[in-house]
Design a protein. Structure first.
Length: 312
């Protein structure tokens, strides 16, 4: 069991490496016309400016909470908190980079003059998988490292700091992204459609560009941080249940404390492996109907996870 736990950061690094490989493969796809490139670059730049501004403000908040945790609890919990916050921010950043690159390339692949549904599905799916792999891999690296250091019943509470850091970023990223996209959407409609008579979603309206930036920051960076928080929080909560299981309780009857605490970490390791297989299966499934391809890829990943999970 201990051997598997020690491999968890390596699993995470491997998943992160695959995410980078997928990102660069998507970035090499054709962009399309000069107009498509121009609009795509504006949306990408706007999204990056938003993230930079948001993360700059959040930096001060993270430092404040780190000081409070270090003073009133212990510095190890404060460090874990910073680790969770930084991991969540990195997941959002990686996902945003991939999404703003994949959007225009998906449009080009699905160009009305040269329709290619399989290629469009592949580009879109791979672009989204960068965020999924980043969330799973960064979470596994962070939880794995802190579990190796503090994965004993008497010190397991320190790992809670990592989940708290992830939750803090999710709170601001999800709400902030949602407010941004809705404000830009309403502004684009009021100023463009009603005042100036510009058709909806016409890129000549700057508010439309802001609206598309908002869609990315809300549904990619914001949702990614939200998923990261749920993913990390569920694992850390399960570790806590194993660490605090009372002798003679129904939970304690399932195994030793070490085994109970290790179980969720090993499960997300095999979950990452199953997800990678599901992503790779899209190479075969992309020629199917898009809805069927997405459905079968999910079934493949879930089926493999159930088999591996049962073995664990």
């Amino acid at each position: 069991m201990e051997l598997f736990i020690n491999l968890s950061p390596i699993f995470g690094l491997a998943g992160l490496a695959l995410a980078f490989i997928i990102y660069f493969s998507v970035a090499k796809k054709p962009v399309g016309t000069d107009v498509m490139r121009e609009i795509s670059d504006m949306i990408h730049d706007g999204a990056m400016v938003y993230l930079k501004r948001q993360y700059t403000i959040l930096f001060a908040f993270i430092v404040l909470i780190f000081i409070l945790l270090s003073v009133f609890i212990n510095i190890q919990t404060g460090i874990a908190y910073v680790g969770g916050a930084v991991s969540s921010m990195l997941a959002g950043f990686f996902g945003m980079q991939a999404a703003t690159k994949a959007n225009v390339r998906t449009a080009q692949a699905a160009n009305l003059y040269k329709p290619d549904t399989a290629k469009a599905l592949s580009v879109a799916f791979l672009g989204g998988s960068v965020m999924g792999l980043s969330v799973a891999s960064l979470g596994l690296i962070g939880i794995g490292v802190f579990f190796i250091l503090y994965g004993k019943p008497e010190t397991a509470a320190i790992i809670n700091g990592y989940a708290m850091g992830a939750s803090s970023i999710a709170l601001f990223a999800r709400v902030g992204g949602g407010i941004f996209t809705k404000s830009a959407d309403v502004g684009a409609d009021l100023a463009g459609k009603i005042e100036a008579g510009i058709p909806e979603d016409d890129p000549r309206n700057p508010g439309v560009i802001a609206d598309n930036v908002g869609d990315n920051v809300g549904d990619v960076a914001g949702l990614g941080a939200d998923i990261f928080e749920s993913y990390v929080g569920a694992v850390v909560a399960t570790i806590a249940i194993g660490a605090t299981a009372l002798a003679g309780s129904n939970v304690a009857l399932l195994g030793s404390t070490a085994a109970l605490m290790s179980l969720p970490v090993i499960l997300i390791m095999v979950g990452l492996a199953a997800s990678v297989i599901g992503i790779l299966s899209m190479r075969i499934l992309e020629s199917f109907n898009p809805a069927a391809a997405l459905r079968y890829a999910t079934f493949i990943a879930a089926g493999i996870f159930l088999i591996l999970g049962y073995a664990v």
